[in-house]
Design a protein around this ligand. Structure first.
Ligand code: PLP
Length: 378
């Protein structure tokens, strides 16, 4: 049996998404800036896609900028806000952000900006009060992720957004993992900017979006034509945008319910059948598709390799960091010991995950853990 539970890294493209994209490769392949019929068809598709994404977060179409994915959106928000106001040189973020935020902040530090990296508690939560006390009159931006890619913890961004708005500081949130799994209402949550990625929600890779609230000024990263409201030059990836929007349309509340049930079955099953395990991240306020356990006394890589031999695709830490042997910066920030952090395995489910697949994992995993513990030098 082949079981894919690495949907936090990337997802299978939904068949309906593929179908919606196809005409934009074969018939409506014009450049959306061209004035002829082919161009007009492409532009019409692009604007329809923009409207669908905007509606999903209670924004206007003019506030959605298509990008190449979550990483570019994060860069655009953080660097764009940092350089937008000459009198401000301070950024606030958290220690558990994705590298797309953390490494961008570190680059800005090299360029002379001050960055505050807020710590988190044992559950992985940022305290909104810490955000409030870190804000100064030099703060250009607060950027705190909506949901963490490794532990699935859902941060209190509505409270953080309220604080930022009251203090007159821009608030950006990385919603790459939470989009379509947790409701996002940019107005109610006082969000000024938000990053999205298509390939985490059964859309194609290489497309994402940045929401920029009307009135928010950011400096653009790239120079060229006046595409995307003069913020992101380059011929638009129309088929990608269409696929992204179709993926959004195809993510239903019933999918969230299905995935939540499977997540809980998997969590309970691991607790029932395996000793010395620790669930990383909370039970409540956790993404519907995230199961992250540390198997104490073991290396995550060993477990992951054995699981892979049984056809089960999982990950240790975030995909972007999986080439590194460092323990997860997220688990370390949550106060976990290095050896326990090394023993973590992330399983991320999707709407295509089945009950049989979860049962299969629960059948093979206890034996793998037993066998690994027998031979582990730890
Ligand atoms: C929280 C988070 N932000 C940003 C990214 C980067 O998104 P993309 O792969 O679209 O560049 C990821 C991808 O894993 C992510 O999980």
């Amino acid at each position: 049996m082949k079981v894919y539970v690495d949907n936090g890294a990337s997802t299978k493209v939904d068949g309906k998404v593929l179908k919606a994209m196809e005409p934009y490769f074969t018939e409506k392949y014009g450049n959306a800036s061209s004035l002829h019929d082919f161009g007009r068809d492409a532009l019409e598709g692009l604007e329809k896609a923009r409207t669908i994404i905007a509606k999903k977060i209670n924004a206007s179409a003019g506030e959605i900028i298509f990008t190449s994915g979550g990483t570019e959106s994060d860069n655009m928000a953080v660097i764009g806000a940092a350089y937008a106001n000459k009198n401000k040189n301070h950024i606030i973020t958290s220690a558990i952000e994705h590298p797309a935020i953390l490494n961008t902040c570190q680059e800005l530090e090299k360029r002379g900006f001050d960055v505050t990296y807020l710590s988190v508690d044992e559950g992985g939560f940022v305290d909104p009060k810490d955000v409030e006390s870190a804000i100064t009159d030099k703060t250009a931006l607060v950027t705190i992720m909506h949901a963490n890619n490794e532990t699935g913890v859902i941060e209190p961004i509505e409270e953080i957004g309220k604080i930022c708005r009251e203090k007159g500081v821009l608030f950006h949130t990385d919603t790459v993992q939470s989009f379509t799994k947790v409701d996002i209402n940019v107005k109610k949550m006082n969000i000024d900017m938000a990053s999205f990625s298509s390939h985490k929600i059964h859309g194609p890779k290489g497309v994402g979006a940045l929401y920029v609230r009307t009135g928010v000024k950011i400096k653009k990263l790239m120079y060229g034509g006046k595409h995307e409201f003069n913020l992101r030059p380059g011929t638009e990836n129309v088929a990608g945008a269409i696929g992204f929007a179709e993926a959004v349309k195809q993510m239903k509340d019933s999918n969230v319910k299905h995935v939540t049930e499977l997540r809980d079955k998997l969590i309970e099953g691991v607790f029932d059948s395996i000793e010395r395990v620790k669930l990383n991240g909370p039970r409540e306020n956790r993404l519907c598709n995230n199961v992250n356990f540390s198997y104490l006394g073991l290396e995550g890589e060993t477990i992951s390799t054995y699981l892979s031999m049984k056809g089960v695709a999982t990950s240790t830490g975030s995909a972007c960091a999986s080439a590194s042997l460092e323990p997860s910066h997220v688990l370390i920030a949550m106060g976990m010991k290095h050896e326990d952090a090394h023993g973590s395995i992330r399983m991320t489910l999707s709407k295509f995950t089945t009950e049989e697949e979860i049962e299969y994992i629960l059948k093979v995993l206890p034996d793998i853990i037993k066998k690994s513990r027998r031979i582990s030098p730890l």
